[in-house]
Design a protein around this ligand. Structure first.
Ligand code: TXA
Ligand code: MG
Length: 352
């Protein structure tokens, strides 16, 4: 398939280009576009055959449901039924933005999009390019993250080009994603609201307007537990992992630095290309040829935004072994560590 790559400047939206992307979507084509979280691989969310094409392009199992992206609140009542009052309060506070809500689906949402579930995931992105493209399409856009299944989510157009060039009709380059971690998912279809995926909107943020909210057990998992069935089907798949093995080292700052330096030495002696993943504040203390910093804890949003790009860079740089600090200093710790643990296949060393 021929893939057209176009650049859109978010400071000066080119309406003609937006409409071109919208028209492609309206005609059942696949268009990857930026959102404030990660790039999405979009297609018409009301057409079962388009959902099939999305799964195929991504190489994703089709029991893993897609999020429907909307540009106006009025779409909520078209796509969902039995909407609790809480959904409107959450929408008022967090939409447009990095929040996905799981609600009971209406009849027009095809099972091909929900992976056979009676519920549907809905999100209104705040990214202007995304919202304008959705609006221009005249439909609701099913969009998983625009990576090949199991690779880190894309936070730059070049990541999308790496994974999907030749597999989609258009890639819209809108620069780097602002947040760089996928949306927070809250399930409102049961009795108690449940966080299925942590993101930029944290449990504490939810608690400002939701009396009781819990984490799905799979979110908190520190190791793979076969007995814990993830409620968001996507959470059960291997994700984000670079080719090199990541090991997370936990403990006091001093313990972590000493342990990682020791492990690096052993690994380098074996002739393995070895990397350390840390923060600006500690990077001078490592003895390793390849040190990758997520950023400074003083700029927590940047830390989240850099994670997926660094995971991809490990592969580009041919890293075979990676030792990582545990990033528990900021409000985004839950979201960052959730992704990092998966990328590490939950391999962790706890310093005693
Ligand atoms: O930030 C985001 O949410 C990005 C951008 C493009 O909007 N999209 C994204 O989509 O991350 P995806 O498909 O990569 O992840 C969607 C997650 C999956 O883990 C999926 O299992 C879960 O949402 N999900 C979708 N529908 C669901 C449903 N009805 N019930 C439970 N989980 C659902
Ligand atoms: Mg994804």
């Amino acid at each position: 398939m021929e893939t057209k790559v176009i650049k859109i400047d978010r400071m000066q939206l080119d309406k003609t280009l937006i409409q071109e992307a919208g028209n492609l979507l309206a005609n059942g084509a696949l268009v990857a576009f930026p959102t404030e979280t990660v790039y999405g691989l979009g297609g018409d969310g009301l057409k079962p055959d388009v959902a099939e094409k999305i799964y195929k392009a991504k190489g994703r199992p089709s029991d893993n449901p897609l999020i429907l992206h909307i540009s106006d609140l009025s779409a909520l009542e078209i796509l969902a039924v039995d909407i609790p009052e809480l959904a409107y309060r959450l929408a008022k506070k967090f939409w447009p933005g990095p929040l996905t809500m799981i609600l009971k689906k209406s009849a027009i949402v095809p099972y091909a999009v929900t992976g056979g579930l009676e519920t549907v995931a809905i999100r209104m992105p705040s990214d202007e390019i995304a919202r304008e493209i959705i609006r221009a399409s005249g439909t609701y856009i099913a969009a998983p993250s625009a990576n090949s299944s199991t690779r880190p989510s894309p936070t730059k157009a070049e990541h999308v080009i790496e994974d999907l060039f030749g597999k989609v009709d258009m890639i819209v380059d809108g620069g780097n994603c602002d947040i760089g971690l996928e949306s927070s998912i809250i399930d409102l279809s049961g009795d108690v609201p449940m966080i299925l995926r942590p993101g930029f909107i944290t449990k504490e943020d939810f608690e400002e307007i939701v009396a009781k909210v819990d984490y799905d057990k799979a979110v908190l998992a520190k190791k793979i537990q076969e007995s814990v069935v993830a409620k968001a089907p996507g959470m059960k798949y291997k994700h984000y992992a670079p080719k090199g093995q990541i090991t997370i080292v936990e403990g006091t700052k001093e313990q972590v630095i000493t342990t990682i330096n020791c492990l690096v030495k052993e690994s380098e002696q074996k002739g393995l290309r070895t990397a350390v993943l840390c923060i600006e504040e500690t990077k001078e203390q490592y003895e390793c040829n390849y040190i990758y910093s997520l950023g400074s804890v003083k700029q927590e949003k940047e830390m989240g935004a850099h994670l997926f790009d660094i995971l991809r860079t490990f592969d580009k740089d041919g890293m075979e072994v990676i030792y990582s600090e545990s990033f528990d200093q900021t409000k985004l710790a839950g979201a960052i560590m959730n992704r990092l643990r998966k990328a590490a296949g939950y391999q962790t060393i706890i310093c005693e």
